[in-house]
Design a protein around this ligand. Sequence first.
Ligand code: HEM
Ligand code: HEM
Length: 166
Amino acid sequence: MTPQPTGYTRAQIILHWVIAALVIFQLIFGEDIVPAYRAFMKGTEPDSATLLPANIHIYIGLTILLLAVIRLALRFRHGVPPLPADENIVLQYIAKAAHIILYAAIFLMPVTGAVAWFLGIGSVGEIHEIGKPVIIIAVALHAVGALWQHFVARTDVLKRMLRPIA
Ligand code: HEM
Ligand code: HEM
């Protein structure tokens, strides 16, 4: 069984915030890959100015996948702290659902993106695009929940994602 510690390790915390920053970057600048992708799909040579933003999107996306694998391995090894026990059961389910969607996103977005790009499968590219609003909603719920825990419920949930356990 995975252990249940009282907090996160330094590595887990660094990975959480680095992945969060990279995912938010991808959400903001994701459309920059579209012109190069459209050109490839039409069989035309993409304008060289569109290749750099496309490559940035691809390499950052693949980096997220690599970091996600390390992160999941650490989760199995160290475990994660439980949600506050006195929290409303519905809110606990929402928090858990957001975590599952966010974990799914950091694995499935790079995989669907790579299949769309390297194998040229447009329908998988459309699935990849649907990921954008889904992730935005999950991140918004997740961030509001974290801030609510900190400022309203006054639990240590946000603090434990900032300060590692000794
Ligand atoms: C794209 C951005 C983000 C992603 C993909 C993400 C992903 C995740 C995941 C999957 C977990 C669960 C950790 C686990 O159980 O292994 C988590 C925990 C957490 N996240 Fe995020 N997160 C993001 C952004 C944010 C932001 C913006 C905040 C703060 C405002 C935040 C605050 C937290 C906190 C406080 C926890 C710990 C929850 C707890 O210990 O119960 N995250 N995050
Ligand atoms: C967590 C990682 C990733 C995120 C969050 C992400 C996010 C996005 C976003 C927001 C868009 C724009 C969607 C729109 O036009 O509305 C996009 C498009 C695209 N991304 Fe990613 N991406 C990721 C990884 C990757 C990777 C690794 C690749 C390729 C190896 C890739 C290939 C593409 C392609 C080909 C498109 C254009 C799809 C189309 O127009 O049909 N993505 N991505």
